[in-house]
Design a protein around this ligand. Structure first.
Ligand SMILES: [Zn+2]
Length: 271
């Protein structure tokens, strides 16, 4: 599933090919995504120029003329740059054809992603308005985690994955950040000290920033008529490694379910 680093990598990968370009044609092969592709998409987009691509949480914001398109990649979506003449493959649902024969092509086998107009002023859209701060922004820190968690009995892992607390810390990054910070994912959020939350916020920033840096090495994959954008395989310490030896102490990692999500941790290193 595309997580925040993949969405940011997508933004950086496609931006140089489409920003400032005029849209010449819109091709919708499959309008039934998570929400239907807006009927007026082609009429509104053709002849308009694409502005500077933005991102908020896992949404891509694409200003076009005086409106903004919101893209979400869902579970299996990807956006890549193709060229006129590159034949669409199965699950290539939407094409934006821009100048110079460049095509922005949306691919999504499971169709949980969508493209839709942003409603109202930027960031006042109901889908965006209640989101917490970006994890790499100064608005996210240990103090915020400490303050919002007081008297909360929820386990710290689902607390960290709550989009109103901070956006974009999905299962992989929450698991890895808790390992780096040495915190047991089952611990009640309200019973963790300010100092440990400082370490956790720092660890979350570190794992996300490093994933974005690694994603940068795959940027060329966004320009290809055939391949998928290379969602990068990272070296993970705990996620997906249940029963494997902890990289720090050698003890077997343990799997528990928290907030309906699989959670792997080291019972020895994480307290
Ligand atoms: Zn360990």
């Amino acid at each position: 599933m595309p997580e925040l680093p993949e969405v940011e990598t997508t933004r950086r990968g496609i931006a140089p090919y489409i920003e400032g370009c005029e849209i010449r044609e819109v091709i919708v092969r499959q309008p039934r995504l998570r929400t239907p592709v807006p009927d007026d998409l082609a009429d509104t987009l053709v002849g308009q120029r694409i502005g500077t691509l933005g991102r908020r949480a896992k949404y891509l914001l694409m200003p076009v003329g005086d409106r903004t398109l919101l893209w979400h990649l869902g579970m299996s979506g990807s956006l890549r740059v193709a060229r006129l003449g590159d034949m669409p493959r199965k699950h290539d649902h939407v094409d934006l054809v821009v100048e110079d024969g460049v095509i922005l092509r949306y691919h999504d086998p499971r169709r949980f992603g969508f493209v839709d107009w942003l409603q109202g002023a930027p960031l006042e859209d109901p889908r965006l308005a209640r989101l917490g701060p970006e994890p790499l922004s100064p608005d996210f820190d240990g103090e915020r985690l400490y303050r919002l968690s007081r008297k909360r009995r929820i386990a710290v892992k689902p607390f960290l994955m709550d989009n109103t607390v901070v956006v974009g810390v999905g299962n992989i990054y929450a698991s890895e950040a808790l390992f780096l910070a040495g915190i047991d994912p089952r611990r009640a959020a309200g019973r963790i000290s300010r100092e440990r939350y400082e370490r956790l916020a720092e660890a979350a920033r570190e794992v996300l920033a490093s994933a974005i840096t690694q994603g940068g090495t795959t940027l060329r994959d966004f320009v290809s008529g055939t391949g998928e954008p290379g969602y990068f395989a990272q070296r993970l310490n705990v996620y997906g490694r249940q029963e494997a030896p902890c990289r720090r102490c050698g003890e077997p990692l343990r799997l528990v379910t928290l907030g309906q999500r699989a959670s792997v941790f080291c019972p020895h290193c994480q307290r």
